[in-house]
Design a protein around this ligand. Structure first.
Ligand code: NDP
Length: 473
């Protein structure tokens, strides 16, 4: 068992107390991690605050060069980091459609390198005899990053890299379920950054709340549940922190009767089950027109029956659910759907072995009111709901309090786009779902979040505007 350290002001820091990290495939303890006190958090914030002016004073090109070296350093350690990620998160190294741990590692490189290419140009609003008016983007200051357990390192990169590029310094807090890869990676890149620019504290129970209420932190970027996002918004009010909140979704897809089932079924399956369904923008409610309902259900069940679920050591398609809390939630939603009279075409019960294994589960003939349809399962279970009237399907798709993503599937792209535009969500896909990329903004509407990540739209969220008015004559 390896012991891990926090990273505060460029130093490896331990704590009097620690907590265990489990491998979700075995439920065995694989590491012990320091449990930060509020004193550690204060030290990390003080270090970030002290380091911020000099970091912001570097040119954007200097920071860009360091960030590119960060990508190179992570790339040099890719297999080791990927294996660590697999052991704490549970995802297989390759997995279904190659979307396992090494996919996440590749995503880290792609996001870091693309983000490093961005700029924050000065916008000249007016330049005449009267005045020159410029709009500058200045770093918000110290950023608190709170990341989840589904894509631990990728989401950390999404949070910290635009912050660093903009001239912010960071205090990061990885999920207590999956802190290892983040700690390992941040220590690996530590020597590339001035002390205090990037700090990592680990803990659970109160460190997150300590970050969101800390008067020395200027912005919070959080990925996780809507409930916690609301608590963050409340406790961030003290010093009016800037917020980027990427919260839960319950993404609907509407499959129109002219859809090519053979082509669509594989994509629908992959985007519903990506990362074992533990993806904020995975397809989670599938509305299929009655004319093709049985055929689509059979096609999806056929794929589900052909995939394997097991520990990474068996090179399966899918691994365990990452933690017991989520595993219990998926089991409870499956039981609720059974009680509601739904038909389980595959899966439906946990595997009889150690670890949090739940097989890929396809559920049809399920009532709209079932908890499995109304609540985000965040696991490998897909409810398929039949519709006859497309307006009714759209109304049901939009009748939830969240709005992260949505999709329409059809062979008529124009018709599909017109319908997708009426979905209440931050990203609408046509004939795809859950596909994100470093240059396209991503965020939720309604209770799925505040603000966006990625690309120049995401980068500016780490800045405040300063309008410069220079009077002439
Ligand atoms: P949460 O979304 O509830 O987040 C837990 C994290 O938030 C921990 O790091 C915790 O730190 C921190 N936290 C808790 N309270 C506060 C606060 N007041 N201010 C700041 N930080 C706080 O994650 P869970 O793991 O409990 O998952 C719950 C649900 O969230 C899942 O069932 C799933 O549906 C969804 N989810 C969504 C994800 C997404 O990508 N959008 C990712 C993962 C989960 P501490 O313990 O130190 O307070």
């Amino acid at each position: 068992m390896t012991d891990y350290h926090m990273l505060i002001n460029g130093q490896a820091v331990s704590a009097d107390e620690s907590f265990d990290v489990l491998n979700p495939a075995t439920e065995e303890v694989i590491a012990s991690v320091p449990k930060a006190t509020s004193g550690h958090l204060d030290d990390a914030v003080a270090a970030a605050k002290a380091a911020q002016p000099a970091w912001a004073a570097l040119s954007m090109d200097d920071r860009r060069a360091i960030i590119l070296k960060i990508a190179d350093r992570i790339e040099e350690n890719l297999p080791e980091l990927g294996a660590l990620l697999s052991s704490e998160q549970g995802k297989p190294m390759e997995g279904f459609a190659g979307l396992g741990a090494m996919f996440e590692m590749g995503g880290c490189l792609a996001w870091i390198r693309y983000t490093a290419s961005l700029d924050l140009p000065v916008d000249v609003i007016q330049d005449n005899d009267e005045a020159r008016i410029e709009v500058h983007r200045k770093p918000v200051g110290v950023v608190g990053s709170i990341t989840p357990w589904n894509y631990p390192l990728l989401i950390t990169c999404w949070h910290i890299i635009p912050g660093l590029l903009a001239g912010c310094t960071v205090v990061a807090k990885p999920s207590e379920y999956t802190p290892l890869t983040v700690l390992k990676a941040m220590h690996l890149i530590n020597d590339l950054l001035p002390p205090g620019v990037l700090n990592v504290v680990t803990g659970s129970g109160d460190i997150g709340a300590g970050i969101s209420s800390h008067s020395g932190i200027d912005k919070i970027v959080f990925t996780g549940s809507t409930a916690t996002g609301k608590r963050i918004m409340e406790s961030a009010a003290g010093n009016l922190k800037r917020l980027t909140l990427e919260l839960g979704g319950n993404d609907a897809a509407i499959v129109l009767p002219d859809t090519n089932i053979e082509e669509a079924a594989g994509k629908i399956f992959a985007t519903a089950m990506i990362n074992n369904g533990q993806t904020c923008a995975a397809l989670k409610r599938l509305y299929v027109h009655e004319d093709i309902y049985d055929e689509m259900c059979a096609a999806l069940a056929g794929i589900a029956a052909s995939v394997s679920t097991g520990p990474a050591s068996e090179s399966p398609d899918f691994g365990p659910i990452q933690n017991k809390m989520q595993f219990d939630k998926v089991c409870a939603l499956a039981e609720a759907a059974k009680a509601d009279g739904a038909t389980f075409m595959t899966g439906g019960s946990p595997l009889d072995r150690p670890g949090y294994f739940f097989p890929v589960t396809i559920v049809k003939d399920i009532p709209e009111e079932s908890r499995l349809v109304q609540e985000e399962p965040f696991g490998p279970i897909l409810p398929i709901i039949k519709f006859s009237d497309v307006e009714d399907a759209l109304q049901r798709a939009n009748a939830v309090s969240v709005g992260l993503g949505g999709s329409v599937w059809s062979s008529d792209l124009e018709k599909a786009q017109a319908l997708a535009a009426r979905m209440e969500c931050g990203t609408a896909w046509v004939n795809n779902h859950a596909m994100i990329q470093p240059d396209a903004p991503f965020g939720g509407v309604k209770q799925s979040g505040v603000g966006v990540e990625f690309g120049r739209y995401g980068l500016v969220e780490y800045t405040n505007i300063q309008t410069m008015q220079i009077a002439k004559g």
